[in-house]
Design a protein around this ligand. Structure first.
Ligand SMILES: C[S@@+](CC[C@H](N)C(=O)[O-])C[C@H]1O[C@@H](n2cnc3c(N)ncnc32)[C@H](O)[C@@H]1O
Length: 183
């Protein structure tokens, strides 16, 4: 079985996600969903005996790099077709979405979250066009868009929209939410 240490260098997790996830240390057993998980940079280090990760993406090759890791269940699936998502409702204690946006189905995340569960969402926003990709407006959030989508149903814990300096400058939106009631 591969160990987490064998994960490639140079594809570091989002620092913001890692900071948010500190709250999980308080929990004994949790289910984490990484939606559009890509090469697994955000979820691989989270998978522990008491932290079970479901990683879903349409890219079989990327998923294949960590599909054998302990405590990670990978699902190869196209999230943008009419097919029902193969994910249990009211099941996830934590949902991560990083650098992925598909507006027609974004609200589905609310039902997937368990009561008291957390949603951590980070992706590019309008203004990113001047720095690089993505430039397509379908992949760029409007200012306050995550609040407009989720705040009616989830409690807002944090919100940010602005320039971020990681390897390069980009425009990003980051928001975290907690689900207070069943939905
Ligand atoms: C920019 S990458 C981000 C990956 C990861 N969340 C991260 O932060 O490193 C976007 C990911 O979305 C996945 N993706 C794009 N369209 C998708 C779809 N229709 N269904 C499932 N995954 C999709 C891609 O395969 C890719 O891995």
């Amino acid at each position: 079985m591969k160990s987490f240490k064998s994960h490639k260098k140079g594809i570091e997790a989002s620092k913001w996600i890692i900071d948010q996830i500190q709250i999980l240390k308080l929990y004994r057993k949790i289910n984490i969903l990484d939606l559009a998980s890509g090469n697994g940079r955000n979820c691989i280090s989270l998978a522990k005996p008491n932290k079970i990760v479901t990683a879903i993406d349409r890219d079989k090759i990327k998923l294949g790099k960590y599909s054998k890791f302990k405590n990670i269940k990978t699902i190869c699936f196209d999230l943008e077709t009419k097919k029902k998502w193969p994910l249990k409702e009211n099941f996830f204690d934590v949902i991560l979405v990083v650098n992925y946006l598909f507006r027609p189905k974004i609200k589905k995340l609310i039902k997937l979250l368990k009561k008291n569960g957390y949603l951590f969402y980070e992706t590019f926003s309008r203004g990113n066009e001047k720095y690089g990709t993505p430039k397509n407006p379908d992949f760029l959030l409007h200012d306050r868009e995550l609040l407009n989508v989720f705040a009616k149903h989830l409690t807002v814990l944090s919100y940010f929209n602005g320039n971020v300096v990681e390897k390069k400058v980009s425009m990003k939106q980051r928001a975290s939410f907690k689900k207070k009631t069943s939905y």
